[in-house]
Design a protein around this ligand. Sequence first.
Ligand code: GLU
Length: 545
Amino acid sequence: MTMILADPLFAPDLPEPEHWERHYPPRELPAGAKVTRLGPSPTGFVHIGGIYTAMVDQDVAHRSGGRYLVRIEDTDQAREVEGAIEQFASAFRYFGLAPDEEEGRGDYGPYRQSRRAAIYQSFARELLREGKAYLCFATVDELARSRRAQENAHVPTGYYGRWAIWRDATDEQVRAKLAEGAPYVVRFRSPGVPGRRVEFTDAIRGALEADDNYNDVVLLKSGNSSERLPTYHFAHAVDDHLMRVNLVIRGEEWLPSVPMHLQLFAALGFEPPGYAHIALLMKPIPGGKRKLSKRKDPEASVDFYIDAGYPASAVLYYLRGLANGSLAELPLPEALAAPIKLTDLGGAGPLIDQVKLEDISADYIATMTGEQILAALRTWAAGHDPQVAAVLDAEPDLALAALAVERDGVANPRKDLRKWSDFRTAYGFFFAPLFTLVRPGDPQLGNLPAELVRAFASDFVDGYQDLADPGEWFGQIRELATKHGFAASAKEYKQAPDAYPGSIREASQLIRVALTGSTRSPDLASVARVLGPAEVIRRVCALTA
Ligand code: GLU
């Protein structure tokens, strides 16, 4: 296509490619520095795989003295989801993966593709002038028909060969269509021929070979001239070149597009970047594994981890272990500090294991002090559980005392917190506003006769002493148990079950349920000390009603 035909399709003041080359000069970075980027599309919420990739992007960039940027790939505006961009930003922040450059911050912006329309158009016009691209007026119907014909003929679908009906159109044909005002797209004139193979190197997978591309892919979509947006492929080549990205780390679903992308870089006269295609995270299913699916698996969404309150370090440690198996062998601080090796990522998708993550997270939280836990909890609760936030704000000392039970000064701290949302279940009972008094007849009290429960509770309240020594504190229950005819040990009770209402075990369970609302709790004497005598009496009193 001649310049005479190409230029009037674009705004007269559209800059030449050299303008952009000057505007985005090569970066001054140390030799070997990697510039990486994540290109999320705001068509949905961030997938945990996005965090996984961002983690690799950031690690590789920073360790090499390079830069890591986030570019919002929003050229599919019909599919854009409200609020997605803000959600990306807060998810990256949560995981400490805020980029070095992003929209509003950095010299290579705009970092939103929808704001870079003029840039793509400059390069598309240049390709049209050079005959490396052409206008295609094929209608949706025509394309569908040719697709059906290809399927019937069992040949690859696409716009190539005799199906590429506008590839060799004459200037007259093009002029006539333009005069009609017919809509068009700009297509790449692929230099590929069917049957040819290309070789390239992937930083994760090594030397690869693939069928070359011979499809005349769309570069610019249809639309008003100044608003025409690029396809992913064209934007990838233009943006990664101008943003001076030299290592494209992206999902393996893009691997088959590499030959086409290399053609685009060559046609544009750009040096191609390095590529690293990351295997997708997988979910184990009976007899195999499948892609973690945003639609089917709640754990695919980053919100799942943030809403439940998994500490970012635990999740990152887990993800690092998936990226490089050897990092899973290291303790958390060392693993977070050690580099991720692309060559150790492997081509097979790692399996997401929720149970493993929970264990890692519980172990991690067990290394934190009460103060650290409280601080993290408050941050989480402020956004996710206003009631918990309110009790933590109102009674931070009670929270610290509760967290200290079987945590402070013990060799094996409790592992009852795997994520911050567990606090409500595990520690909520310490706080009166989160606790429901247990009444006689509560199934957790077991089968003890109602009269006995009442009498036992009433005696307990009458003589209750707030004793510091756990043994002495427990002695109160022991004494009452004997008085009310409970067996002194579970063994004795078992030997003569009809002789007793239960053993000391059942008697203490009574008090445990009254104080904690549950048949399982941390050390009861410590719980009682934290609650204080007034609250202990109020709770046990509820059983006498
Ligand atoms: N917007 C693309 C995606 O979400 C980015 C792929 C890439 O990193 O190049 O899949």
